[in-house]
Write a protein that binds this ligand. Structure first.
Ligand code: ADP
Ligand code: MG
Length: 260
């Protein structure tokens, strides 16, 4: 029956912001590990040619044989490129090849739907799929927003007032209109948060009203522990188990459970 088949579908959540350095990748790795701790079957997809997520989970992007690039171009099966990571999550790795994927997809019809279609192939194997987007609003990010049912927008508090939010929300509006009616903005995730800063607190209080967006809680504190984690191929949930940053990501993951 239709209803039952539906219940097996994973929640696909895009983590996007066209600005770099806002903790997209860190959030994908940390939320992925947090969902895995909660017993969820997690797939992470690295959609950035920089391959920071791939590297941070202990996989050498230069040694990857087939990556998401090959999958999107129909040259490899998704299931065949998935790597199991120590954090208890599965990863679809990126590689430098991804720098050429957008150009290769450009001439194709329905190019924004490729990722959605590819994910159908593993849809019953996972409870949640997190998409780590590149810092752009190009074809790969449009693929992510088309495949996703939810969007999380990581953003340092100081940036919340800037124009970038409006630009991203305009894209979301277009995606909903033309590509993916189901897309819901789950919220802004305040990252690199310095609770001692009055400015950060004020901006946080303001952004929800200004853009009509949910602000996910708690904010992720700024801590040096995050810089240490990628070097050992594990997320902060493993390298600094009881840190405030790890606790914050666990709380965010718990708060998102109703959306899975
Ligand atoms: P993006 O994917 O948006 O480009 P990253 O997740 O790569 O951003 O993070 C950018 C930099 O900020 C990285 O060096 C990362 O280690 C660091 N970082 C992320 N979150 C935190 C945090 N809460 N505290 C301190 N540094 C952080
Ligand atoms: Mg990144």
């Amino acid at each position: 029956p239709k209803a039952r088949a539906k219940a097996h579908k994973p929640a696909v959540i895009a983590v996007a912001n066209q600005k770099g350095g806002v903790a997209k990748t860190t959030s994908v790795a940390s939320l992925g590990a947090a969902f895995a701790e909660l017993g969820k079957r997690v797939l992470l997809v690295d959609l950035d040619a920089q391959a920071c997520l791939t590297f941070s989970l202990g996989v050498d992007p230069d040694a990857v044989e087939d990556s998401i690039h090959d999958v999107l171009l129909g040259q490899a099966e998704l299931a065949d490129v998935i790597v199991e990571c120590e954090d208890g999550v599965d990863l679809v790795p990126s590689s430098i090849d991804l720098a050429g994927t957008e150009a290769a997809l450009l001439g194709r019809p329905a190019r924004e739907y490729v990722l959605q279609q590819v994910l159908e192939g593993v849809s019953t194997d996972y409870d949640v799929v997190l998409l780590d987007c590149s810092p752009s609003l190009g074809v790969l990010t449009l693929n992510a927003l088309t495949a996703a049912s939810g969007l999380i927008i990581p953003m340092p508090a100081e940036m919340l007032g800037h124009r970038g939010v409006g630009q991203l929300l305009d894209t979301v509006k277009d995606v909903k209109k033309f590509l993916n009616k189901r897309l819901t903005v789950l919220g802004v995730l305040p990252t690199l948060y310095d609770g001692r800063s009055n400015h950060a607190r004020e901006v946080l209080a303001d952004v929800g009203e200004r853009y009509g967006l949910t602000v996910l809680e708690p904010p992720i504190p700024k801590t040096v522990r995050f810089a240490e984690a990628p070097a050992v191929g594990r997320s902060i949930l493993a390298t600094a188990r009881s840190s405030k940053g790890a606790a914050a990501y666990r709380d965010i993951a718990k708060g998102l459970l109703p959306h899975l």
